[in-house]
Design a protein around this ligand. Structure first.
Ligand code: 2RA
Length: 330
């Protein structure tokens, strides 16, 4: 079925990657409508060799028989316009955090919980980038062994903060600390501060990882803690994940399980210096897993290193994969 597709936030880093991924995957749209703020209206973007003029997003933007809308224009835009679009029969795939924890909104990673798309009420939420890559690696372990506890330590690239983050690092490496995106210089530094701090001393990014993991895996008994850190890397998020499993396991069995799980590429041969690397992951859609080893300090403990491109699998590609599943159900 050919469908009419809208992209909201078409000129942002994720928005432009939506268009790139739609073209790469030859997404079956009949019509494509591209929207952004008044500031960006009039700009040109291209998809499948056709140039589109960006239109200003307004309350009447969805009065044109649109089937699916991909949003990545910030939480405020999603908060206001996603319900408007849904009220007109559009199915919204929202990359912002605005609707992720709403009980009427499925939070979906196609390799993990595709079935949750079925109960959408017009809005489907794309999880946070650092959560997406983690749950792709955790899902097979949860199904096979049961997970009791997760400790996340992340090493997140500056592209997670968009153009300003990238500029802070580019200029910072030249000795100019602009502080556009961060309160401290990111060049030659690590900032344990992603998003804002909450009363309990955690950052919103850490709470997102904790709560989104429970919702996507459908298990609110999971014990999870997280420390999310910005590192001077341009693209791809890297994560150390420590897991306490319910059942005993054999490490080689775990490697085989992950190697054969959807969305995962195993890179685990330390003797040959083979392990997931941010630079190698950039520009691709897989979740790379390596450094798999037993955590001897607890019973049934496991460590692994998980890397993925946070703009692609962490945002644009995951959202387009959701839209592909929606298209199949239309
Ligand atoms: C970040 N995960 O990396 C957040 C939002 N993209 O900044």
């Amino acid at each position: 079925k050919k469908i009419n597709l809208a992209v909201v936030g078409a000129t942002g880093m994720v928005g432009r990657t939506f268009l790139k991924v739609l073209e790469e995957r030859d997404f079956p749209y009949d019509q494509l409508h591209v929207f952004a703020s008044a500031k960006s209206a009039g700009e040109k973007v291209t998809c499948k060799g056709i140039e589109y003029t960006v239109q200003e997003l307004t309350e009447s933007s969805f009065d044109r028989n649109i089937d699916i809308a991909l949003f990545s224009a910030g939480g405020d835009i999603s908060k206001k316009f996603a319900p408007i679009a849904a009220s007109k029969g559009v199915i919204v795939v929202d990359n912002s955090s605005a609707w992720r924890m709403d009980q009427n909104v499925p939070l979906v990673v196609p390799e993990v919980n595709p079935e949750d798309i079925s109960w959408n009420k017009g809005i489907i939420a794309n999880p946070n980038c650092s959560t997406i890559q983690a749950v792709v690696a955790l899902k097979p372990l949860h199904d096979q062994y049961g997970i009791k506890r997760i400790i996340y330590s992340t090493y997140q690239s500056v592209s997670g903060t968009g153009v300003k983050g990238v500029k802070d690092l580019e200029e910072g490496l030249n000795g100019n600390d602009l502080l556009l995106a961060y309160p401290h210089p990111i060049a030659h530094n690590c900032l344990p501060h992603i998003d804002v701090f909450l009363e309990n001393g955690y950052t919103k990014e850490e709470i997102k990882m904790i709560e989104e993991t429970k919702k996507i895996l459908g298990d609110y008994n999971l014990k999870i803690t997280a420390t999310t850190v910005r590192v001077p890397v341009f693209n791809s998020h890297s994560e150390s994940i420590n897991i306490e499993l319910e059942k005993s396991f054999d490490v080689n069995e775990v490697r085989e399980l992950l190697k054969n799980s959807p969305g995962i590429i195993l890179q685990d041969d330390p003797s040959a210096n083979v392990y997931p690397l941010a630079r190698a992951a950039a520009g691709t859609d897989a979740v790379y897993v390596g450094r798999i080893r037993r955590d001897e300090s607890i019973e049934n403990g496991l460590n692994m290193w998980v890397v993925a491109d946070n703009i692609r699998k962490g945002a644009a590609t995951n959202a387009v994969q959701i839209a592909e599943l929606v298209t199949q159900s239309l």
